[in-house]
Design a protein. Structure first.
Lengths: 188, 188
């Protein structure tokens, strides 16, 4: 009987090989990801996400991904895309989703369904310059995973859910401080 | 001579009216934003961003926005979309962009160009379960604004850039801790 090497669409052999390769050469675990955003008009911005740096080498995608950001009318926009804080919530769901599925595969857990509902509370008074008493960003974020597995117990899934939180890049970025250095170049 | 009420595509009258309305009724500054992500296969996830709660009332967009998230092949995906941490970088650029343009408009600063290049350094060893010594998320983020204005001085733009950082929701979410509560519901 052949060994299952793909579970939940994750190539477990490749995952194990990647971990082995990093043990041999730790620098291949380092990445610099990039995004460029361009203002169009009003609250409308476009983003391009294409290349990244892996172990010091530039990697290009076949084509860059393009995103549109805007605000709803109540926040001076025209609903041409999600706003920036909504994107952060989607990023958390994506990150949890990848972590859950990959770690489930590594543990022999099959998944037939996985969905995250993510929400965050925000008060725009600081953003609007009205007060510094309330923070500009989310005061709280709640995420709920809905999962269906044909072969895992509730206990296994609970434990996996916690492990995914502990190792999630986006959860870490949100829940813990990341240094952000911002500079300005004036074009003449 | 008519007063200019739209600058950089921002309706400054609406902005001033919004601030006035919040002063009258502070609860209208509160929002709960939402995103739902659904796992498809492997590292592929889709997101829907549609409704949000404003001052306790549900607001629907005409149609939900849809996003695709995936990983590059080196991270077990097939490049069908940006990954989660790249989305966070785009969100920061979008957030800075909206803040810069809106606050420029409020100050009488015209902009003819605005672009953000954002990058973040990450080591995937923690995500892969190899170590807890390195954090799962970005260790550092760098953003550079490229701006062109026909009527602002370097000093005015520097001051605006700093103000936008101080009041940016996404910068705050990244640079300062946000409580994230994650729960699991097992579907039978």
């Amino acid at each position: 009987m052949a060994t299952v090497t793909v579970r939940n669409g994750i190539d477990v052999d490749q995952l194990v090989a990647t971990i082995g390769a990093i043990k041999e050469q730790p620098s291949i675990s380092t990445f610099t990801f990039k995004a460029t955003t361009s203002w169009k008009e009003g609250t409308l911005n476009h983003a391009e996400i294409g290349q990244f740096i892996h172990d010091g080498e530039r990697v290009e995608r076949p084509q860059p991904f393009r995103l549109t950001g805007d605000e709803p009318p109540v926040l001076l926009g025209a609903n041409r895309g999600p706003n920036a804080v909504e994107l952060v919530l989607a990023a958390l769901g994506f990150c949890y989703g990848v972590g859950f599925v990959a770690n489930a595969a590594a543990r022999g857990i099959d998944l037939s369904e996985l969905r995250y509902e993510v929400e965050g509370d925000i008060d725009v008074q600081n953003f609007l310059g009205m007060t510094k008493e309330r923070r500009p960003g989310f005061s709280a974020i709640r995420a709920c995973a809905w999962v269906r597995s044909p072969n895992a117990t509730q206990g296994q899934l609970d434990e996996l859910c916690q492990y995914v939180q502990d190792t999630s890049p986006v959860r870490d970025i949100i829940a813990n401080p990341v240094p952000v250095d911002t500079t300005l170049e004036v074009l003449s």
